[in-house]
Design a protein around this ligand. Structure first.
Ligand SMILES: [Zn+2]
Length: 142
């Protein structure tokens, strides 16, 4: 996963100021490099101890991006201490998002910020036919 230094610093400051299981979306105006970050607004109707994307809010951001020539690149969230792998609920929303994407989008990133050190563990979801593969990916800050 490639991310610009500016976007990485922005992401870091948002996560630092938020409780665990905070999330948001990643966007780009520069091909493969993530350049834009938007923090999710938790939906007030549900309370869970796991991050659950606010689909209405995020879809609005994604369509605003599209009007400005930016592309949706994935979804990030933070985890409680030391938990570096996606939970069952995480995998469920990752699969749902991948299936909801147009055919032109075959891969997206789902990084996890692991607290308290804000270690960023990157996962990449790839759609191959009807199958979704989730693999760990190297972080490249450029
Ligand atoms: Zn999670």
């Amino acid at each position: 996963m490639k991310i610009s230094t500016v976007a990485y610093n922005h992401l870091n400051s948002l996560i630092r100021a938020s409780p665990p299981e905070t999330g948001g979306i990643l966007g780009s105006n520069d091909g493969d490099v993530i350049t834009d970050i938007v923090l999710d607004i938790p939906s007030e109707t549900t309370y869970t101890c796991a991050y659950s994307p606010n689909v209405t809010f995020l879809n609005t951001c994604i369509s605003n991006w599209q009007s400005n020539g930016k592309h949706f690149k994935g979804v990030f969230h933070s985890h409680f201490f030391g938990i570096k792998t996606p939970s069952a609920a995480d995998k469920e929303y990752i699969i749902n998002i991948m299936h909801a994407m147009p055919d032109s989008i075959t891969e997206l990133y789902f990084p996890i910020f692991v607290l308290p050190n804000r270690e960023l563990i990157c996962y990449k979801a790839i759609r191959a036919d009807l199958d979704i593969q989730l693999t760990q990916d190297a972080l490249e800050i450029i």
